[in-house]
Structure formats: structure tokens, C-alpha cells
Design a protein around this ligand. Structure first.
Ligand SMILES: [Fe+2]
Length: 373
């Protein structure tokens, strides 16, 4: 199999990047300690994948609804703090690596309810390695294989983000005043992800935080009349630009599965909590089905601008070594923050991305055409 790999030099990075040198100064070659997570560095095989096929998703959160105490998995927590009223809970004292099947179901329900959960001190989980990551993710759904991103050699189900002093394999736009790109992961798929797990293996000493927003509380801020109108709409989500970004030579330069477009409801209903969430995002949503071009552009601009500006619905995660963040991709959006490039430090993250159901329209009976033309 033909492959593109990052350089040997990169594979010898220290955990928090390399020290800078003064210009012109010659330093003797120092032996670098081998990067602890070198086996999880991005690998860009030239393999091609067939289109995804539909699958029946059974949400683990459903099972927890029948538990006597659906929050029992938090029983050993030493600290549980709501990050904001609308979104996010931070937990200390719960070891995700030790959760049993029932507790994982409860976790799925709690993430669905809070949108976002942050678990600190998860070194056992992170050091358990790729086979354990897959076993974990499969509890929550069929693992999505990303069409363009880098993955550890032999583990295409693990989506990696990676940036160091000389290279980046992230989706980064540098020709805009606002490199913040709000999105719900791979929303162009017929069955986009649900309960998603993400953690960093290496991180800059400061910066590289992640922004999240609640698409549930964002939606509530609109008038009842406008919400009722939005419920009647569906929109096209497209993976074409993301594929073209890779085809232009960026982010590893491979497209292993042909890009797809799918139509989803503008307001979706969570199958477990019943909550309604805005389901459009600036990165992948292209147009509203059936509206005139100007109507579609105006409404999408209003929705995207509201997502961008609405601090009251946002939470910002500052990473610490050992942090694991979980979010429900059906009811939240997020964006990286690209503020650490000058430090030349390394940021290396792993995402475990189980797919969920095809988005359920909040308006019962809303017809979702497959005509994306
Ligand atoms: Fe993302």
C-alpha cells in the first residue's frame, strides 16, 4: 500500500514540542527522546473506500432511561461543575477507563443532556492505546471512518488532528479574519456522529482551546414564530469543499471516499432526550431546500451569525494533560482556536467518532428529499 507519512524528525518530538534556537546559532545534535505517542502520528494511506452504507443505530442513552439512577456513574466523582447554565459539565474523580457497560450508557445519556462533558485526569484511558479506543467507541455506535484525515497506521477509525512547528494536518483557513469555523462533525453524512470522544496526546503550553456551543439553547433564543418556520425547512450539507481542500494538497492530500451531500432537517429532535436543536453549520451547510437563492442565503447567514456571536450559549475548554472531552454532535457545534502557531509547539489529538441515527426532523412528517441538486 502506498503511503505518505510525516517526517522522521516529527516522530521524535518531545511531548510539548521542541525548544527554539537563536538565529544563526549552531547547536550540537542532541538525541531526542522518542515521542511517546509516535505510533499514533498521522498516516495518509492512498486506500480508497466505498460509500458508507446505512446502519441501524441503537442509542445507548435509551438504555439508561430505565436505570434507577441514570447518573450513578458519577457516584465516585470528587467534583462536578456545570461550565455554563446551557452547556457543559466538568468532572473529576471518575475514571472513564473503568466504566462498565451500564455506566457507559448513563454517560451517553448525561452527555446528551449536557451537550458536553469534560473529564480530567484520564491518563489510564489515554495510555490504553488504539485497540481500547475502538472498543470504547463501538459501545456508542458504528465508528465513522473519515474520508480525508490522517489516522494512526492500521487504525482508520481514529481521526487525528495534528500540527507542529513545520506542518499541519488540520482544516485551517488563513485567508479569513475569522479562522473560527463552527461545525458539527461530518454533518454531510447520511448518519452523522452522535456521542464523540476527543483528547490530546500533546498540547501547546497555552492556547489551542476548543469552543463549543449548544445548538439547543441557541434555538430557544428565536421567537416561537421563527422556530415554527425553521422546523418546516431542510438543508443540504456537503462534503465537497472538505474533499477539495485535501485534493489541493493540504491536510495530507488524500481523498479516500468520494464526497457526499445529504439533506437534513434544519431543526432535529434528539432521539433520547426529545430536545430540539438547530442543525446547520457554516462549514458544511450550503443551502435550504426549496427556497430562492436570496432567501436561503439570508436565513443561513442569520443562523450562522447567531452561532458565531452567541457567547451565552458557548463554553470554552482549556486542555490539561489527561483531559477527555465528550460531546453529543447532534446538539452541539464546535470550533478549534488557532492561536498557538507562533509557539511552534505540537498539538496532537485523537477523535473517536461513532455514527448515530439519520437526523430526525423536529416537525413530524417533514419530507427529506434526497435531491441535493
Ligand atoms: Fe470538529
Amino acid at each position: 500500500m502506498a503511503t505518505t507519512t510525516i517526517t522522521e524528525r516529527t516522530a521524535k518530538l518531545t511531548l510539548n514540542g521542541s525548544a527554539s534556537t537563536n538565529e544563526g546559532e549552531q547547536k550540537p545534535e542532541q538525541p531526542q527522546p522518542t515521542y511517546r505517542y509516535a505510533h499514533l502520528l498521522p498516516h495518509f494511506s492512498q486506500d480508497t473506500y466505498p460509500p458508507l452504507t446505512p446502519y441501524e443505530h441503537a442509542d445507548p442513552g435509551h438504555r439508561a432511561l430505565g436505570h434507577a439512577n441514570p447518573r450513578a456513574f458519577l457516584g465516585n466523582a470528587t467534583r462536578v461543575v456545570e461550565l455554563t447554565p446551557n452547556l457543559g459539565t466538568e468532572v473529576r474523580g471518575v475514571n472513564l477507563a473503568q466504566l462498565n457497560s451500564d455506566e457507559r450508557d448513563e454517560l451517553a445519556l448525561e452527555v446528551a443532556r449536557r451537550g458536553l462533558m469534560v473529564f480530567r485526569d484520564q491518563h489510564e484511558f489515554i495510555d490504553a492505546g488504539p485497540e481500547a479506543y475502538l472498543e470504547w467507541g463501538r459501545h456508542f455506535g458504528r465508528l465513522h471512518i473519515h474520508p480525508t484525515s490522517g489516522h494512526p497506521d492500521g487504525y482508520p477509525e481514529l481521526h487525528l488532528v495534528y500540527k507542529d512547528a513545520s506542518s499541519t494536518f488540520n482544516y485551517e483557513l488563513h485567508d479569513s479574519l475569522l479562522p473560527t469555523v463552527w461545525h458539527s462533525d461530518v454533518s454531510y453524512e447520511l448518519q452523522p456522529p452522535g456521542l464523540t470522544t476527543f483528547f490530546l496526546l500533546a498540547q501547546p503550553s497555552t492556547g489551542g482551546d476548543t469552543l463549543f456551543t449548544s445548538q439547543v439553547s441557541l434555538l430557544r433564543t428565536f421567537s416561537p414564530q421563527f422556530r415554527a418556520f425553521l422546523k418546516t425547512l431542510s438543508a443540504v450539507h456537503s462534503g465537497v469543499e472538505q474533499a477539495n481542500f485535501s485534493r489541493s494538497g493540504k491536510r495530507g492530500g488524500v481523498v479516500r471516499r468520494e464526497p457526499v451531500e445529504h439533506v437534513h432537517p434544519v431543526i432535529r429532535r434528539h432521539p433520547v432526550t426529545g430536545e430540539e436543536a438547530l442543525y446547520v453549520n457554516r462549514q458544511f451547510t450550503r443551502r435550504i431546500v426549496g427556497l430562492k437563492k436570496e432567501e436561503s442565503e439570508t436565513i443561513l447567514k442569520l443562523l450562522f451569525d447567531h452561532i458565531d456571536r452567541s457567547g451565552a450559549n458557548q463554553a470554552r475548554i482549556k486542555w490539561e494533560p489527561g483531559t477527555i472531552v465528550m460531546w453529543d454532535n447532534r446538539v452541539t457545534a464546535h470550533s478549534a482556536i488557532l492561536d498557538y502557531g507562533e509557539s511552534k509547539e505540537t498539538r496532537h489529538g485523537v477523535r473517536i467518532t461513532p455514527q448515530a441515527e439519520r437526523p430526525v426532523p423536529a416537525l413530524e412528517g417533514l419530507e427529506l428529499t434526497n435531491d441535493t441538486a
